[in-house]
Structures are given as C-alpha cells and as structure tokens.
Design a protein around this ligand. Structure first.
Ligand code: XIL
Length: 443
C-alpha cells in the first residue's frame, strides 16, 4: 500500500515536471541542459593547460556540452615543423570531451594568424601544397571526433571592400578556400565544415562578402555546411544580428555563434539578446563562449565572460540562462544536406563536354595560372585539360590536378562537376605566359 502511494506520488511529480518543462517554467538549470532543451548546444573554448584546475573543470563539465580548443588545434600547434605533426595538447582536450560527453568544434585548419614560422616563410605552390597537406592530415587525425571544423578562419578583409584579406594563403590563388573545404570533406566526411570570421555579426560589407562566397559555394557544390560568427562584442549585438544569421541560414547552412565574449556595462542584456537571436533562427545550432572565467579571457581586463575570476556566476550568466529557458524554437536544427544541392544535370548522354579557360597572375619572371574547367550541359565525372607549356616556361608546382606532360587531369575530389558548374586547378611557373591555349575533354 505504502509502495503504491509512493509510486503514484513519483509519477505525479514526473508528469508535473514534464508539463512545466514544456511550458518553459521549470527548464534546465545549466547552460548546456537549457540549450539542449532547445535543440542547441552551449560550448566554451578550453585551454589544455587548465584541465588540471578543478574549479575550471568543475564549471566546464557542469555547464558546457561543446568544446573548442582555444589554441591547441591551430597550425602552429599541430604542425610546428613541416610534416611533423604534434597532437598532444589537442588530444588531451578531445579525451576530456569524450570522457564527459561533450562534443568538439575543431579550430582552425587554415588561418593567416598562428601559422608556424616555416609556413609564414612560404608562398605560391609550395605553400598551397603544404596547406592542403595540413588540412588533410589534421582533419584525418581527428576523423569521426569533430562535430564541426572551422576549415578557414578570418579570410575576409575588414572595412568596405567586401573582399578577401591579403595573406600568403590568399596569394596562392583565390580558390584556396574551396580547395581547403574539399580536402577537409575528403579527410573527414562526417564533420560539418564551417567558415568562421569576426566583424560579420551584422549585415555589413564584410559579412556580405562572406555571404556571397557561401552562396557561390552552395550553388557550385563546394562542401560547406556552416558559418561561424565569432561575436567578440563590445556591447549589444548589432540590431540586425538575427537578420544576418537568418540570411545565412536561408542559404541552407547551419549558423553557429563560435567565440562569444562581450565587454561593457550592458553585458547581461547583450548576452540575452545573442541567445534570443540564436533561438529565433532554427538553423542556429549553438553558442560557444570564448573561455569560462573572466580570468581565462584573451581580452585581458575586459571581463567579457559569464563567470568571474573566482568561478562565480555573473549577472550575464543568469541573463543567458534565463534567455535559454525563455521562448524560442524547440525544433532541432534541421539537417543540412551534405554535399549541398547543386543544379541537377539533364538526362541523356549528349554534350558530355567541358570547356577550359586560363586566367593569369603574372610578375617579372613568373606567373600563377588558374585554369577553370566548366562542365557542359551534362555533369561530368572526370576531365583532362590539354595545355602545352610554352617554351621557356618551367612549371614549379601545381594544385588540384595531376600533370603528365601536356595533360592535366582531375584529382579524386574534383573530377565530378555538375552541368554548367566549374572547378579550378592551378600551377605556378617561371618564365612568361603567352599562348596558353587549353582544350578540355571530359567523361
Ligand atoms: C585567441 C586565443 O584566445 C589567444 O589565447 C591567442 O593568443 C590568440 O588567439 N579569433 C579566433 C581565435 O579565431 O582563435 C582567437 O583566439 C581570438 C580571435
């Protein structure tokens, strides 16, 4: 009898809790649990060197269910000498995440900052090869362990140009970003592949430049699944913050807040506004703060995080938690088709051709040629460009292609091109480019 009463009481409480949860009144009491109730994650940047600090790991494992290594997966950390990979610190963070049921964001495969010295000193085709090898090797090492990779970080210029930032990476050819995404997809097909940047938090020239790139990638079948908005803010997010997230989401990619930290006196409101914006965009998958305690922040003295130096919850924490528990889409992030949809090829086997065009970036004594292979009215699965090298020209390196004399043939990841779409390969050479007349054939 007593047992029956107890069981009845338990089930009544359980039913009440379910009702209360559904109405949002008694939702989660940690950032991670509350985000999960909305189908989102809540993450933080972690430094491997702090994993021995029990206050730090206590907050980490209580509040966060996604981890980004703050520095340990960057190029200078993972490939300090060319071809010699070092994963010790990053692996420590991955092991911690796996032991505590947390997922990982990988950060970052290619970035113009925190390049190892040897890469800073490289350029042209040698650098391009090193970049692709880095992407393939690191993404391959972590295959199956990464929820999303920042494949390319901060490649767009600040200001009004809307164009790319100059860097030795960019100088290897404008197609470096798509080449990196293709290499990352081949190395870890299960990871979502993101482009990540800052000052892209509202609708402005820089974010529009990124938007146009993502739109172009989606239309051409370049594998991109998500866009990261760093959101290093100095007060309230821009008034069009949510609209900006939404326009990217409408391209079919997931959006993520990747490095959130906010300085200023209206910090609590600012955090709440960011959370609300994410909850209002169904493809906003989650939020990551760039550190745990103010004393962990890279923005020294600005106290931009959710916990104070003693690990206490700040007003911004409470505002964030309340916003997570407030109204907002409870729908899980819709799956993003991968690879993205491209225009379908018409049936029939006729016109299975391609065209090739060359564009040049020349200087005194050398040049980089970018060759664009455009499929005809049907999709193609492989291609060969016949391009005789003029006398006096020596090819010193090439990318996205296999060369045999005058024949330039696709590699594994760029043979398939949808009808009317294109892919590009390139080479660097000494001498003068003249009379470069490519011919294309496809199967
Ligand atoms: C920062 C780290 O927090 C610092 O520890 C490091 O000294 C420099 O990099 N954008 C990014 C992050 O994508 O990788 C940067 O992290 C902050 C800006």
């Amino acid at each position: 009898m007593r047992l029956a009463v107890t069981l009845a009481a338990v089930s009544a409480v359980a039913a009440g809790a379910a009702v209360a949860l559904a109405s949002g009144a008694q939702a989660g009491s940690t950032l991670g649990a509350s985000a999960a109730e909305k189908g989102r994650y809540f993450g933080t940047a972690v430094a491997a060197g702090k994993l021995s600090n029990s206050q730090y790991t206590g907050i980490l494992d209580r509040e966060f269910n996604m981890i980004t290594p703050e520095n340990e997966m960057k190029w200078d950390a993972t490939e300090p000498s060319q071809g010699q990979f070092r994963y010790t610190s990053a692996d420590q963070i991955v092991a911690h995440a796996q032991a505590h049921g947390q997922r990982m964001r990988g950060h970052a495969l290619l970035w113009y900052q925190q390049e190892p010295g040897w890469a800073q000193n490289m350029s042209g085709s040698a650098l391009r090869s090193a970049m692709m090898n880095h992407v393939s090797t690191v993404a391959g090492h972590y295959k199956g362990k990464i929820y999303a990779w920042d494949v390319v970080n901060e490649a767009f210029a600040d200001g009004n140009s809307g164009g790319r930032r100059d860097s030795n990476l960019q100088r290897t050819g404008n197609d470096w970003i798509e080449a990196a995404f293709r290499a990352a997809r081949a190395a870890d097909p299960g990871a979502k592949l993101c482009y990540n940047d800052y000052n892209t938090d509202g609708i402005n020239a820089k974010s529009t430049g990124v938007y146009n790139m993502v739109k172009d990638f989606r239309s051409r079948g370049v594998p991109i699944d998500c866009v990261g908005f760093q959101s290093h803010l100095g007060g309230l997010p821009p008034s069009d913050y949510q609209a900006n997230l939404q326009r990217f989401a409408d391209l079919g990619v997931e959006v993520q807040i990747t490095e959130l930290d906010i300085s200023g006196s209206n910090q609590a409101t600012a955090y709440a506004n960011v959370v609300k914006a994410c909850l209002n965009v169904s493809r906003c998958a989650g939020i990551t703060t760039w550190g745990i305690r103010d004393s962990d922040s890279w923005r020294t003295g600005e106290n931009p995080l959710l916990f104070d130096a003693n690990g206490n919850k700040k007003a911004a924490y409470t505002a964030t938690l309340n916003a997570l528990n407030g109204p907002g889409s409870t729908v899980s992030t819709p799956p993003v088709s991968s690879p993205p949809p491209v225009s379908s090829s018409p049936g029939g086997g006729t016109g299975n051709g391609c065209t090739a065009t060359v564009s040049l970036n020349q200087w005194d004594g050398g040049f980089v040629a970018t060759v664009r292979v455009t499929a005809g009215s049907s999709a193609i699965n492989s291609w060969t460009v016949t391009l005789p090298v003029p006398s006096g020209v020596t090819v010193t390196g090439s990318w996205n292609v296999t060369r045999s004399g005058n024949s330039w043939t696709n590699v594994s990841y760029n043979g398939h091109v949808e009808a009317g779409q294109y892919t590009e390969f390139g080479f660097q050479a000494t001498g003068t480019a003249s009379g470069l007349n490519p011919a294309c054939s496809a199967a």
